[in-house]
Design a protein around this ligand. Structure first.
Ligand code: PHE
Length: 441
């Protein structure tokens, strides 16, 4: 039977697109409020918070940021062993809904229960829905990378809208109403997923239940599969450096934007928090053109393997930090101690060019290289690595408080450059070790 498609992609992709869009809406909406809610005084008559210090709030934010993704490992194992990816997404979605509504209740016990539910829910949902995207495409289908880019755009539409809608309601009306909105967002995601289930019949099922593949669940890994796992694990190490650099945006770069950048544009001072949506805005803007450019680059007969794209992404990331160093220098010679805004806008733009060369590419790459029976686990491991990257980002931010921004930005620039160069040298070797999986683009 010919599968139904939209824009040349299986219909199931759009079910996953909207489910993940709402999940990210819920996730980033809650995240946009978290630190503000925690640090707002309990004595405020209007919309009181929890009265924590900034240090306490940032520390919880960091731990939460690490845990949600770290939990991906367990989410992956649960899917491979017991649930299959589809059920894992459903259970994860329910936990997220319960978690957001727990946060909506004004009590400390409910607050911690809510966070725990969110950590478990995202851990179950996020890696598994990503693996399902890969499952929609047959081996060798050239559309797979483009499918992941589309999925990635969905993620970022949710991430872009959330701070404006949920953040604004939470901050200006009531925090708990904001958390409830995040819960409703996830309900919509769940509805899309369940009602769209008919387009996902053949993906995300527990391996043992799928008759044609049942022998795969019991076979030991072959040499080729083991080699591919090595390639994946190596690329994961690289990805830590990328996320440690990228996640400066929410921390150090945000503080830098607040204190040392001239944010006046046509007489209007841009609020610092708006910079939080800049990444997502750029992804939605250039996601499709970037995917097209890479495709064209490949069609011109040039090297366009995932490893090559990741290497290019790391070099671009290095340049984005050179731009930030330019900002620090400009601020140091400026009488008011402020840097012009264009450095920051340019740096964020390059962050996203790099992100689009690494992040959706990595997701797609994992679904090509991971042995079938560990497909979810490998995806979960990737998310766990992202969690470590987040943590490393926080540590670099702390380091900058003592050593200064110039030191932190230059360390990051050098690290990205070194990793990028190393990867360029390894492209051939890693392609060999992938045993052709890479040619299945
Ligand atoms: N914006 C991406 C997302 O929310 C960032 C991310 C990439 C997070 C990879 C985790 C892992 O999906």
């Amino acid at each position: 039977m010919q599968e139904q498609t939209i824009l040349g992609h299986p219909k199931g992709l759009f079910i996953l697109f909207f489910t993940e869009m709402w999940e990210r809406f819920s996730f980033y909406g809650m995240r946009a409020m978290l630190v503000l809610y925690l640090t707002r005084a309990t004595s405020e008559t209007f919309n009181p918070g929890m009265g924590w210090t900034s240090a306490e709030a940032l520390s919880l934010y960091g731990t939460y940021g690490m845990m949600v993704y770290f939990m991906g490992i367990f989410g992956g194992i649960a899917a491979d062993k017991w649930l299959g990816q589809k059920k894992a997404v459903i259970v994860g979605g329910v936990l997220i809904i319960l978690g957001q509504f727990a946060l909506a209740i004004d009590s400390l016990t409910m607050f911690y229960s809510g966070l725990t539910l969110l950590v478990c829910g995202v851990g179950l949902l996020k890696p598994n829905i990503s693996t399902m995207v890969g499952g929609l495409y047959k081996k060798g289908d050239a559309k797979r990378d483009a499918g992941f880019t589309l999925f990635y755009i969905g993620i970022n539409i949710g991430a872009l809208a959330a701070p404006f809608i949920i953040g604004t309601v939470g901050e200006t009306i009531d925090w708990h109403l904001g958390f409830s909105l995040a819960g409703f967002g996830m309900i919509l995601g769940q509805v899309v997923f369940v009602f769209g289930g008919k387009h996902l019949k053949h993906v995300g099922n527990l391996l043992k239940h799928s008759e044609t593949e049942s022998h795969l669940a019991t076979q030991p890994l072959s040499k080729v599969e083991k080699d591919r796992v090595i390639v994946l694990l190596l690329s994961f190490l690289i990805v830590i450096v990328f996320w440690a650099a990228y996640e400066q945006a929410g921390g150090l770069m945000s503080l830098y934007a607040r204190d040392s950048v001239d944010r006046f544009v046509f007489g209007y001072e841009i609020p610092t928090s708006w910079f939080q949506s800049l990444h997502a805005f750029y992804v939605v803007l250039i996601g499709a053109p970037m995917a097209w450019l890479w495709l064209k680059w490949g069609k011109m007969g040039r090297e366009s393997s995932a490893i090559f794209k990741m290497a290019a992404g790391m070099i671009i990331m290095c340049i984005s930090f050179l731009a930030l160093m330019g900002a620090v220098y400009d601020a140091s010679v400026n009488m008011l101690g402020k840097a012009p805004i264009y450095w920051l806008l340019f740096s964020y733009f390059l962050h996203v060019v790099a992100e689009l060369s690494i992040s959706p590419v990595a997701l797609s790459f994992i679904t090509k290289l991971a042995p079938v029976k560990y497909a979810s686990l490998m995806m979960g491991a990737y998310f766990a690595i992202t969690g470590l990257g987040n943590k490393a980002a926080g540590m670099l931010g702390e380091y900058a408080q003592e050593a200064g921004e110039m030191a932190a930005f230059s360390i990051i620039a050098v690290a990205c450059l070194l990793v990028g160069i190393l990867l360029f040298f390894l492209v051939k070797k890693l392609k060999e070790l992938s045993h052709g999986a890479e040619d299945l683009v």
